[in-house]
Design a protein around this ligand. Structure first.
Ligand code: AMP
Length: 397
């Protein structure tokens, strides 16, 4: 299999699928460019090897056809800055004019194609559209892990036009390697910390992880569905009463599979969902009406820390409290710090899923983790045990 490490890009137009779906403010300024910076090493590699990157991405959710606010023109000057070289912008992503622009590129020159989603064929995975895209380059690099779970024209279907010239970019390669360190032959004990608001959105992952992990810490809003399922009083805490059986089943499965399950025994409860609320520490199963659990309590935090520090592989998805408010961030910070300590002592740690990444960044803990995944949905689907079309296409599976 070709890789970005051994492929000869000299004189080649390299079609690179990236994820430049960055947030803009009302003045069309980029407010977080991390998705762009993440793709720079792959683009630079092609340029430095004497190839010409032809960069393609989706951007926003245009409804039907081109829309000014979703044009790549808002990104091209920042991309030029990041690459230290002026990047040209194509008026479209397919067609004769674009094909010509690609052919005219000199070694080391880069071209940014217009938004892929201006064409319906992208999301439909249309083969004819994929073929037209493929005509713009001599090889295809998939570096968009964020969309690897979609079988779109540029993320998967296009692979068939490059049977011998397709590969992962650095970003997707390291994402896949890192996740595989957790889901395939991990160093043990393997601990997963699943937090966030709801059980319902995480059931499939939790069930899949039960086959793999030694320890499963369930925190955040999910706590109260489990507490209630065991007959506890959760007051006004977030609780999915339709999922009480699911919670009981997860506990049963954990027992059958020999997984140690950890759920809060005490919580930091508040009389309002606000930074100004009155708070007190309560047993997780004795929360009166008018109060809601918004963070893990001290006894729980100590237990979580102990489990994490004794782990050799750690996966963290989802905060264990409402970390957006400093008052309820203690539990998530403690989890983050314990992971950092374990990592320092040789454990492998992977943090992924939007909110835990935001938490790690907010409290400046990113440098202490082994790997931070930039992909939300794709990471979660991979953890659910599903095949990702964008990964399978490159591997020829
Ligand atoms: P998710 O997107 O499912 O990972 O959920 C993340 C969100 O869960 C964060 O915004 C947290 O504020 C929220 N969250 C964590 N713990 C709680 C809780 N006890 N009550 C309500 N929301 C929570």
């Amino acid at each position: 299999m070709q890789t970005i490490h051994n492929y000869d890009f000299k004189g080649k137009k390299a079609l690179i699928r990236v994820d430049f779906n960055v947030p803009l403010n009302e003045k069309f300024e980029i407010t977080d460019d991390s998705r762009m910076t993440a793709a720079i090493p792959t683009i630079k590699k092609v340029m430095e090897d004497g190839g010409s990157p032809v960069i393609m991405s989706h951007f926003g959710r245009p409804k039907s056809g081109p829309e000014d606010k979703f044009s790549m023109k808002h990104l091209v000057s920042h991309l030029s800055e990041l690459l230290g070289k002026e990047v040209k912008l194509a008026p479209d992503c397919v067609g004769e004019e674009v094909k010509q622009m690609c052919q005219d590129l000199q070694p080391g020159e880069a071209l940014l194609l217009e938004n892929l989603r201006f064409h319906k064929g992208e999301e439909k995975g249309d083969e004819e559209f994929a073929k037209q895209l493929a005509e713009n380059g001599g090889c295809w690099i998939n570096d968009a892990f964020g969309t690897a779970h979609r079988a779109h024209a540029s993320t998967a279907v296009i692979a068939k036009f490059f049977p011998n010239d397709k590969m992962f970019g650095y970003l997707i390669e390291s994402e896949v390697e890192s996740i595989d360190k957790v889901v395939k032959n991990p160093k043990r004990p393997l601990t997963a910390i699943m937090g966030g608001a709801k059980v319902s959105s995480k059931i499939t992952i939790i069930e899949n992880l039960l086959d793999k992990v030694d320890n499963l810490i369930l925190g955040g809003g999910m706590t109260y569905t489990f507490v209630k399922a065991n007959g506890g009083e959760v007051g006004n805490s977030i609780c999915e009463t339709d999922f009480l059986d699911t919670a009981r089943n997860i506990e049963k499965l954990a027992k059958e599979k020999g997984v140690n399950l950890y759920i809060a025994t005490d919580v930091l409860a508040a009389d309002d969902f606000s930074e100004d609320a009155n708070t007190k520490i309560l047993p997780a199963n004795e929360i009166p009406e008018g109060w809601q659990g918004l963070d893990a309590g001290p006894e729980t935090i100590e237990k979580f820390k102990e489990v994490i520090k004794n782990s050799a592989t750690i996966l963290w998805n989802g905060p264990v409290g409402v970390f957006e408010m400093d008052k309820f961030a203690k539990g998530s910070i403690a989890v983050g710090e314990a992971i950092m300590e374990a990592t320092k002592n040789g454990a492998f740690s992977l943090v992924g899923g939007g909110d835990s990444v935001a938490c790690v960044n907010k409290y400046d803990m990113a440098d202490g983790m082994s790997y931070i995944s930039t992909a939300g949905g794709a990471l979660l689907e991979y953890l659910e045990g599903r095949t990702l079309p964008g990964v399978a296409a490159v591997r020829g599976e």
